[in-house]
Design a binder for this molecule. Structure first.
Ligand SMILES: [Zn+2]
Length: 686
């Protein structure tokens, strides 16, 4: 009998996987000292799939394993090799540099994935460089700086033989050191064993967060107030600590061993870089701890909010620690609140759990709550970056950014997230100076009309000034401009529209970058032509083209003595250094919110000759930066928020001058030097 062969439907090609799974450490190698912990310490990182070449080299990063101490390149790992792919990457190994490359790649990429998820857009590396004037060109540059696209962040897992790891903006790289642990049996470290900072997910996540923060906000590395470098450190620590909550098994184990108490000294979830801290110094529990502290007797106790520290702690890591503590305080408050019912149910209503191990189902539920809160806090801490001023950021500004961003994405605050943050920041003394009441309403950034009212008082020109700014924005973006204003429309309108659409749907990061730059250039030209018409517009954008006079806001004490006045010459050069359309889902309506973020920046030179500040700065001039981030609602082209740090502010200028002089370079501690090429290197030696 002749049977027809069964016809098989032609199979499509295999589709690309969504994730790449890679094995790695959850804490660091020292945590694996016991058998039970070893099992927990091995986790699988799930990162977005991308093809890689040996390195690994992917779209965002390239791992370059050159060891300058040994003057050699280590063989790069090939993550796409079939045997490596089939086994979720290489086995955990302290001694195999290829595993080090895999670990560092997995952590960096998972942090990048988190940021992209929170911001709803791709992370693009770029670098601000000073324009060199072409002597043969008569054309005067309208901006002193350019923004360059950088395809990949470089990662050196064995960059130095030092107790250090840092992000280098100059080299556009993360540099990880290695060193021998101290000679004593400290913590879980074996005396004299080598500690690799690239194997610590906390350290890697911390440095990655620096790099991302720097590409989003290139001007936040200037040491213009005590919060600036501290913010970089605190923010990087927040990301490093919260990313750990992506591993459910790790959280479950910690909840189990601390019997559900987030504040138990047993809990390691608030400890950062445990191995590094213990290897550097014998009696440390970790590099930094945020849930517990040592009391006078040397016992670990719960960290209690201390608002006085906000006025006394200045070293950037310690000061950054106050920000982390405030966020973690909110975290523990929310956790306690959210699990109270579960604890009551599990304790027959007493709220006190019986002795012994807690029920595994309860552990699971408590962990779910902890992970859920951590994820939401991470989202809001990252999203707040788009609501920060471009320069001279303070912790208070960051709180305002958190509140504003959260209002946009979580208007109801049913879970009390916003209120927990508010309460915790207040109990740590982080209170913005310029707000009258500590409420959501007064903390959220102002809409432009309220801001103008605040700056200029009740002024009849206010409305005209604001109308001028809105008109310029509508001229740039609104297709109905011509009909509404009975005026000719923007001749560049179609190009602008083309750029916006391309940026929103494009996948190629270089194309997105170039199109955003072109868009920023058009917006710059537009404002450059129109802005001089209106002083109020300048006030809203934190700029001034006509020259500023600054009066010392501090009383001299002597009634006869006139307050000090300083002057900056008129300067009409400014930058539009970011112009980024964004689409984010609106949690309330299910629709999407289309906004545009534009950042303006201006530098003026304040003349210090003859004043008490004479002799401290080059040519007796002080470069004073100001500007604004504005967020435009693209549904109606209205400005939703204006977040500005004005070049007109006397208070800000004198505060910056006093701060710069108090932090004058000396042999040991050179704060101004940190503004140089490696702002983070000096900060990371512990
Ligand atoms: Zn750092």
């Amino acid at each position: 009998m002749n049977e027809e062969p069964v016809k098989m439907k032609p199979q499509p090609e295999y589709s690309q996987p969504f994730y790449r799974k890679l094995r790695g450490y959850a804490f660091d190698p020292s945590f694996s000292a016991t058998l039970n912990k070893r099992r927990l310490n091995e986790v699988t990182y799930k990162i977005k799939w991308e093809p890689t070449s040996p390195g690994p080299i992917g779209e965002y990063v390239e791992v370059i394993d050159y060891d300058p101490t040994k003057k050699c390149f280590y063989k790069p790992v090939t993550l796409d090799a079939p045997f490596v792919l089939a086994d979720h990457g290489l086995n955990l190994s302290d001694g195999d540099p290829r595993f080090h490359q895999q670990q560092v790649y997995a952590v960096v990429m998972s942090v990048i994935n988190q940021f992209e998820k929170a911001l709803g857009r791709k992370i693009i590396w770029s670098k601000v460089t000073k324009n060199v004037k072409d002597p043969n060109s008569a054309e005067e540059k309208k901006s002193d700086y350019s923004n360059l696209f950088i395809p990949r962040l470089r990662i050196y897992p064995h960059a130095m033989r030092q107790q250090n790891a840092y992000y280098s903006p100059e080299k556009n790289a993360l540099l990880f050191g290695y060193f021998k642990a101290s000679g004593n049996w400290d913590g879980n470290n074996v005396p004299g064993a080598t500690v690799f900072t690239c194997l610590s997910p906390d350290i890697v996540a911390h440095e990655t967060a620096h790099a991302i923060l720097h590409t989003i906000h290139p001007y936040l590395t200037k040491d213009t107030n005590p919060d600036m470098l501290a913010f970089h450190e605190g923010f990087a620590d927040i990301i490093a600590l919260l990313q750990r909550f992506t591993f459910k098994a790790v959280v479950e184990d910690q909840i189990k061993s601390s019997r559900g108490d987030m504040l138990s000294p047993e809990n390691l979830l608030g400890d950062l870089a445990i191995q590094f801290g213990q290897a550097v110094s014998g009696n440390r529990r970790a590099l930094r701890s945020f849930l517990v502290e040592k009391d006078e007797l040397g016992n670990w106790t719960n960290m209690t909010p201390d608002p006085t520290k906000f006025h006394t702690v200045t070293e950037p890591h310690s000061r950054g620690g106050l920000l982390v503590a405030a966020v973690f305080d909110a975290f523990t408050k929310l956790y306690k609140f959210r699990v109270a019912d579960l604890i009551r149910l599990a304790s027959n209503g007493t709220g006190v759990l019986a002795q012994g191990e807690i029920d595994p189902d309860l552990v699971k539920r408590l962990s779910e709550e902890a992970c859920n809160i951590a994820e939401k806090l991470m989202l809001i801490c990252i999203r707040a970056l788009d609501y920060c001023p471009p320069v001279d950021l303070t912790f208070g500004d960051y709180l305002r950014a958190i509140v504003t961003a959260d209002l946009q994405f979580n208007p109801d605050d049913e879970e009390g997230l916003r209120y927990a943050m508010l309460e915790s920041f207040r109990s740590w003394g982080i209170i913005p100076a310029e707000v009258n009441t500590f409420s959501v309403e007064s903390l959220k950034w102002k809409a432009p009309d309220d801001l103008l009212y605040q700056i200029e008082g009740k002024h009849q020109d206010n409305q005209t000034n604001l109308d001028n700014l809105v008109k310029t924005i509508k001229f740039a973006f609104d297709p109905k401009f011509s009909a509404e204003y009975k005026m000719p429309s923007n001749p560049n309108f179609n190009r602008v529209l083309g750029f916006i659409e391309r940026i929103l749907r494009e996948n190629d990061r270089e194309v997105i970058f170039k199109q955003s730059q072109d868009l920023a250039k058009i917006v710059h030209e537009l404002f450059d032509e129109q802005i001089e018409m209106s002083a109020g517009t300048e006030a809203l954008l934190g700029m001034n083209f006509k020259g500023c006079t600054y009066t010392d806001p501090q009383e001299s004490g002597d009634a006869m003595e006139k307050p000090l006045q300083l002057v900056a010459q008129p300067r009409n050069i400014f930058q539009v250094y970011k112009c980024r359309p964004m689409i984010m889902p609106d949690p309330k309506s299910g629709n999407s919110i289309k906004t545009m973020l534009i950042m303006f920046l201006q530098k003026v030179h304040v003349n210090l000759k003859g004043s008490r500040y004479q002799g401290y700065f080059e040519d007796n001039q002080f470069a004073f930066h100001g500007g604004a981030s504005i967020i435009i609602d693209m549904a109606n082209y209205e400005i939703r928020y204006t977040i500005n740090k004005s070049v007109n502010s006397s208070e800000r200028l004198f505060r910056q001058l006093d701060y710069a002089i108090a932090n004058q370079p000396d042999e040991g501690n050179n704060a101004l030097m940190m503004q140089g090429d490696e702002p983070f290197a000096a900060l990371h030696i512990h």
